[in-house]
Design a protein around this ligand. Structure first.
Ligand SMILES: [Zn+2]
Length: 339
């Protein structure tokens, strides 16, 4: 975001994170009176157990506003050998270019900033009234010139939020994001709705609008696709598959009955399947940190979870060194490189 970096400098990369975010648009208000009190309390040791199991119901948990905390937490990744964090906080959930630049300078990490818009519930009146072309021009300007005169430029389009079912406003935004990809060559990263059919519906639309599958990242694979056949179908499109929720535990994912959050070993099993199938060049990894309870300061796994605890398990289970390097360094470098 201080401008383009040499591809040799990309290094060990987390491809979907949020250093700062206002994730309160997803707040789920509890109905019980006692829990409504918990909803308003700052996260503390006393309520952390409740926050961990109701992480979308604590207002404070959904706010990552403190720059020093972000710097301290990101430094954990740097100390574990990390070089680049892709922050895909899009417009609607508090994207903060100036703060990301300060965090990058304070940590020595490359921070790649996103462009574009999150899910429908965060869309502004301007966005709802804008044409595909107007939205595309806004995204292109964030990439080519920088955000609102700051000169701070985005290095990726995303995360582009899509719900299930997919809304008209989200369709318009994704079409604009594809137009921006065609114009700039920038990678496009998509947040799919929670349905096994969502990724293919979205990727077919991207292809129909002339998008480049090999420059497109399908996010949240592990909480969206459980069936191996469905996984293979998405992989066959050539898109990147982002296993971007490492460290996020099933017991802390209170959503619909037909979706669940797998454990890390299940993510690794899906990745091993793709690697065995010759698809290691499409796999990307991240944590999608977006709440306090996943930071070390609040008892969470932190930004170094993948290098410190996931990669050693991958190696112990027999993943070859070239595949480890591929998913952590080579794929992010190729994904992020454009002119
Ligand atoms: Zn995210």
């Amino acid at each position: 975001m201080q401008g383009p970096i040499e591809s040799a400098m990309v290094g060990l990369t987390l491809t979907h994170e949020h250093l700062l975010i206002d994730f309160t648009p997803v707040l789920t208000e509890p109905s019980a009176a006692s829990e409504r009190a918990l909803m308003e309390q700052p996260v503390s040791m006393e309520n952390l157990w409740w926050v961990r199991h109701n992480w979308t119901s604590s207002v404070d948990n959904l706010r990552l506003f403190d720059e020093q905390t972000a710097i301290d937490e990101a430094n954990e990744f740097f100390r574990a050998g990390g070089a680049t964090i892709v922050d895909v906080t899009s417009v609607g959930i508090g994207r903060d270019p100036a703060a990301l630049l300060r965090i990058s300078k304070a940590t020595g990490l490359n921070v790649v900033m996103g462009a574009g818009f999150y899910v429908d519930m965060t869309h502004s009146d301007w966005l709802r009234g804008a044409s595909v072309d107007e939205i595309a021009r806004k995204i292109i300007s964030d990439i080519d010139e920088g955000v609102d005169g700051t000169g701070i430029r985005a290095g990726i389009i995303g995360e582009i939020g899509c719900s299930w079912p997919w809304t008209d406003s989200e369709k318009k935004v994704l079409e604009a994001a594809v137009a921006a990809q065609r114009e700039t060559g920038a990678p496009l990263l998509i947040h799919p709705g929670r349905d096994e059919k969502a990724p293919m519906e979205l990727l077919k639309a991207v292809e129909g609008w002339g998008g480049d599958m090999r420059r497109t990242v399908m996010g949240h694979i592990e909480r969206t696709i459980y069936d191996r056949g469905a996984l293979d179908e998405v992989a066959a499109t050539g898109a990147y598959l982002n296993f971007d929720l490492f460290g996020h535990d099933e017991s802390h994912y209170p959503l619909a009955k037909d979706t669940f959050m797998p454990a890390d070993h299940e993510r690794i099993e899906q990745i091993e399947h793709l690697v065995a199938d010759g698809r290691s060049s499409q796999v990307l990894l991240a944590h999608d940190v977006c709440t306090k309870h996943r930071l070390k300061r609040y008892g969470g796994h932190g930004f170094d979870h993948i290098p410190a605890r996931v990669v050693p398990r991958m190696r112990a289970r027999g993943m070859h060194e070239e595949d480890v390097r591929m998913v952590l360094v080579d794929n992010p470098t190729r994904m992020l490189t454009f002119n």
